[in-house]
Ligand binder design. Structure first.
Ligand code: ZN
Length: 160
């Protein structure tokens, strides 16, 4: 069976950056299971996986525009410390979750000053070219429940 929209796909993967540092890997874990075509993966990786079958391996490099986008300096803002809970424990590199008009966002602390904290709303991997080493483990039809929920159930997916 080949990967196409609406299939449940399980993959083993290792993600590295241009400096060959490993950013994420499924090694030592269950393979990642996802509903193909639902936007759970970055667009570039979904496109590369289209048409592949169980047992196929691929090595792909994905440019920022097909991954997490380019960095946007206007997404850096300074926030008064009194508006942040636990501001005294923050250090550059700390990641915060914030909810805003566009849903949940990850903010990375870049600077901690006397009275203000500078946070960056760019995705931590924005601006990075990403390299994926992927092996397809399984391709199967999605169940009606999985299609309704928009994600994979079972090993490597959601457990309700
Ligand atoms: Zn579900």
């Amino acid at each position: 069976m080949q990967i196409s929209k609406g299939k449940i796909v399980s993959i083993d993967y290792t993600l590295t950056n241009d400096a060959k540092e490993t950013l994420d890997t499924s090694t030592g874990r269950e393979p990642l299971a996802f509903l193909h075509g639902s936007g759970q993966l970055i667009p570039g990786l979904e496109r590369e996986l289209e048409g592949k079958a169980s047992g196929d391996s691929l090595n792909v490099s994905i440019e920022p525009e097909d991954a997490y986008g380019h960095r946007d300096d206007s997404k850096k803002t300074s926030v008064p410390k009194e508006q942040i809970q636990g501001a005294d424990e923050l250090a550059p590199g700390t990641q915060l979750r914030a909810s805003g008009p566009q849903g949940e966002q990850i903010l990375t602390v870049t600077e901690v000053g006397e009275t203000e904290v500078t946070v960056d709303a760019n995705h931590p991997l924005a601006g990075e070219r990403l390299h994926f080493d992927v092996t397809v483990r399984e391709v199967r039809e999605a169940t009606p429940d999985e299609l309704a929920h928009g994600h994979a159930h079972g090993a490597g997916g959601h457990h309700h």
